[in-house]
Design a protein around this ligand. Structure first.
Ligand code: ZN
Length: 320
């Protein structure tokens, strides 16, 4: 029996999975990415990752000599040709870090690294909502907006950074994005953007967003989830925030649909969890903005694998 290790490395937590050769998950544990009092730098995080992998193996009675690869997915601009992490918004201090080589040095095993949304796209394509489709776009709607492309049955990377749907410019001169530019889709339709607009409404006075104020409790701590909840309960101000996020997401996805003519768009992440109340208006705007033949062909559906999508995808790619 041989095993693989799959790791989903995020800004706050890392999910480590021991899988069998067929991809079946044998054991899985979640850890905090940064240790208390630690530097949060890549050297320290990789050392703890190594230790966690050994712990997980020991708990499952598996030996490190039986591992065939380390498969890591991570948010950020990962360059395939060099194996370097160029920058990651969630992992400060990881700029130009040779992550692939460092993992090889640490584990002495073949390694595969992929952007988290690209890995999630591959997971949904093989095992989830995208099964049986040849051309599929994945969009992850969380604190940021990620994207991954499956074209003609293959994960498409372009020069390494393809699928950055969250950074499609949809409002020139609009709000500042984490990437440093203005008016990106992520700055208008992500969970962070929805929460920011919700806060803005409550700051405009007590007559605005009455239900949102009740749901959120603390004006300074409005979450995207609160805005969705308030909108569902009939708060018109919250509904207008959700509507605006849906509008720009439909606009951005229309550009994707016009260029790629996919059969399917799979929406994952926390905001897709709001279900039809969000995806339906997004689909409406998408249909309104995209060219008609492509708009008629595409379906927008929720993802099926939840947080497992990235791990399932990355474990299916060969190490080297
Ligand atoms: Zn951006």
């Amino acid at each position: 029996m041989s095993y693989s290790i799959g790791i989903d490395l995020g800004g706050t937590k890392m999910l480590i999975t021991l899988a069998g050769r067929d991809g079946a998950i044998i054991a899985q544990r979640q850890y905090l990415t940064s240790a208390e009092g630690g530097t949060g730098g890549p050297g320290e995080i990789l050392l703890r990752m190594h230790q966690y992998v050994l712990e997980l193996l020991a708990s499952a009675g598996a030996e490190i000599s039986k591992l065939d690869k380390i498969a890591l997915c991570v948010a950020g601009f990962y360059e395939h040709t060099s194996g370097n992490m160029l920058s990651s918004p969630n992992l400060p201090g990881w700029d130009n870090f040779p992550i692939k080589q460092e993992l090889r040095n640490l584990f002495k095993l073949p390694v595969v690294v992929e952007n988290d949304a690209a890995a999630a796209a591959y997971g949904e394509y093989l095992f989830g909502a995208g099964r049986g489709k040849r051309n599929m776009v994945m969009i992850t709607l969380g604190t940021g907006i990620g994207g991954g492309l499956i074209l003609e049955g293959e994960l498409y990377r372009g020069g390494g950074f393809a699928g950055e749907i969250g950074h499609i410019p949809v409002l020139p001169g609009g709000p500042l994005c984490g990437c440093g530019r203005r008016g990106c889709l992520e700055a208008l339709s992500s969970g962070t953007a929805v929460a920011r607009e919700g806060r803005r409404i409550l700051q405009q006075g007590r007559e605005r967003g009455a239900i949102l104020r009740q749901v959120a409790g603390d004006v300074d701590n409005v979450q995207a989830e609160d805005v969705f909840k308030a909108a569902a309960k009939g708060d018109e101000d919250a509904a207008s925030v959700v509507g605006r996020a849906a509008y720009y997401l439909g606009l951005g996805l229309a550009a994707v649909v016009n260029v790629l003519n996919p059969e399917l768009i799979v929406a994952g992440g926390g905001m897709a969890g709001a279900g039809d109340s969000f995806l339906k208006p997004v689909g409406g705007y998408l249909f309104q903005f995209a060219v008609e033949p492509s708009a008629k062909m595409v379906s927008l559906v929720p993802a099926m694998l939840g947080e497992e999508a990235g791990i399932r995808g990355i474990l299916s790619l060969p190490g080297e």
